[in-house]
Design a binder for this molecule. Structure first.
Ligand code: F6P
Length: 537
């Protein structure tokens, strides 16, 4: 795709934006069916996108651009296993990880074999047949991994707490800061603890260091070298490195180069989920994701949830200068959802060149941030309401209560809806003045205070209603965002599947570590050299 259709589409959209005064209050007042018209539903998720600064014409232009950008063909290329990751010459087949029914391709057969290996392992651990070096059953599992080998399973395990197996506790360690590992294992009995070393590459420094320390901890607790295999399994595509570490071949679960790290929770990287809950729960998660995959592949773009969300985000990013997106899940158990989404979105869309390596003259990935509602209301929501930047927000509401405290769930939903309503409505100067006058303030006080009480409003949001926070709907929700991110990447013609910037950090990290033991190279910048000297003093 050359740059012309994109620049022409953005120019047209910009003109469309500049031609009118956008008022959410007016848009709702003039169309009683707006909420109905600007909504869509699939795989147990309902998307209300009516609180956005757009009209039918906007949508029509955005949808036309999706066609020009060849989105249909790109989705086909993704799902059929074309080398869509063109800088690493490989497909991105995370959708194959959640295939249903009988395996039809080589990839699906590999996935089916891996699922069987996982199911058998989970059965052994849950039944107590798998024992540690003293013959006791495993009571604790510690997943050692980082990035995609941590965030997905960690978030899902927390989200699915009601499904947890009561006889086993799953823990997560990611940070190379030794405090992470030592705080986690401090109270654990080594002979009842099993480590999963989760690393696609098996060369990530954080994971390697934590795994080495964990190994030593188990040995120090009295485990013989020959019994280490009872305490370490791995998930990796680097079988040789995992075996060199001392993990028995039969205890290595495969990963494949056609699965990106940030899209890998559906692979054996999801083993902690199956262990924390059950293999059935993990399977239901896959089913929900698969339902969203089918919707993404088949639904017309005008009703396609990931496509709609990507187009709306594209509209704000290109024409409204929105540099960030707030993600606000109104569910305590989804507290780690924004962190998972940050990696997915920002590692995928943090790019500055097109697929062909041409400088990108448009805005690509935005800053993704957020926290669980309602906690965020009492910290950063002030900036959403009255700050100088317009920050679009995604609200996620769970329909069915997530606890026995049903009345609190009603309050939670009230908080969620009232926040998006407040962002939409705001408070005009006249309303602020009247409020102050009605509460008996003097004329002078009204004059002084009213400007501070004005809330611009007209701030856009999506609301996603999830039927229930269960494995199926969670799978569907996560796949929705995966496809949204992919679509956004295709609209800009970038490769959302590589991460060369992260690679540079990894290389320099090793160089700095070498300098700690040796000489500081002459060609270093003065700041890094001085900081290192200071830290080592
Ligand atoms: O952070 C960069 C990254 O390459 C991620 O894409 C990946 O999820 C993470 O490192 C961990 O990599 P690995 O699974 O190979 O240890």
């Amino acid at each position: 795709m050359d740059a012309l259709p994109l620049s022409a589409a953005i120019a047209q959209l910009q003109q469309h934006k500049d031609q009118q005064r956008w008022s959410l209050r007016d848009l709702f007042a003039s169309d009683p069916d707006r909420a109905q018209a600007f909504s869509a539903e699939a795989a147990g998720l309902y998307l209300d996108y009516s609180k956005n600064l757009l009209n039918a014409e906007t949508l029509q232009q955005l949808l036309a651009y999706a066609d020009t950008a060849g989105l249909k063909e790109r989705i086909g290329a993704l799902l059929s296993g074309t080398n869509i990751n063109n800088t690493e010459h490989r497909p991105a087949l995370h959708t194959a990880l959640r295939f249903q029914g009988e395996p039809k391709t080589e990839h699906e057969q590999a996935v089916a074999d891996c699922r069987a290996q996982m199911a058998s392992f989970v059965e052994q651990v849950h039944s107590g047949a798998w024992t540690g070096f003293t013959g006791k059953r495993i009571r604790h599992v510690v997943n050692i991994g980082i990035g995609g080998s941590d965030l997905g399973p960690r978030m899902v395990c927390e989200a699915l707490r009601p499904w947890h197996n009561q006889d086993l506790t799953v823990h997560f360690v990611a940070n190379v800061d030794g405090a992470d590992l030592s705080d986690t294992i401090a109270a654990l009995p080594a002979d009842e603890t099993l480590f999963i070393v989760a690393s696609k590459s098996f060369s990530t420094l954080e994971t390697r260091q934590n795994a080495l320390s964990a190994r030593q901890w188990v040995l120090d607790a009295g485990c013989a070298e020959s019994d280490l295999e009872k305490h370490f399994v791995a998930v990796s595509s680097n079988i040789v490195a995992a075996q060199d570490f001392g993990i028995a071949a039969q205890n290595i679960f495969p990963m494949w180069d056609w699965v990106g790290g940030r899209y890998s929770l559906w692979s054996a990287i999801g083993l902690p989920i199956a262990l924390a809950c059950s293999f059935e729960v993990y399977s239901d998660l896959l089913k929900g994701a698969n339902a969203m995959d089918r919707h993404f592949a088949e639904a017309a773009f005008a009703q396609n949830l990931p496509v709609l969300m990507a187009l709306i985000h594209f509209w704000y990013r290109q024409c409204w200068g929105a540099g960030s997106l707030a993600v606000l899940p109104y569910a305590q158990r989804l507290a780690k959802f924004p962190a998972w989404l940050q990696q997915l979105d920002m590692e995928s869309l943090g790019k500055s060149v097109t697929r062909e390596g041409q400088p990108l003259p448009y805005a690509a990935g935005a800053v993704i941030w957020g926290a669980e509602g309602s906690n965020g209301q009492h910290s950063f929501h002030q900036l959403l309401h009255q700050g100088t930047d317009m920050i679009p927000a995604d609200f996620v509401a769970i329909k069915q209560p997530t606890s026995e405290l049903k009345e609190q769930h009603q309050w939670l939903l009230a908080c969620c809806l009232s926040q998006s309503q407040a962002l939409l409505r705001g408070k005009s100067l006249a309303e602020a003045r009247k409020e102050l006058e009605d509460s008996g303030h003097t004329h002078k006080e009204v004059h002084q205070l009213a400007p501070h009480k004005v809330i611009p409003g007209n701030r856009p949001s999506n609301t996603l209603v999830v039927e229930k926070l269960d494995p199926y709907h969670l799978g569907s929700l996560l796949a929705l965002y995966e496809h949204k991110v992919f679509t956004f990447g295709m609209l800009l013609d970038i490769n959302p599947f590589d991460q060369w910037g992260v690679e540079l950090g990894k290389v320099l990290g090793t160089a700095v570590h070498s300098a700690i033991a040796g000489e500081i190279p002459d060609d270093w910048d003065g700041s890094t050299a001085l900081l290192l000297q200071r830290l080592l003093k």
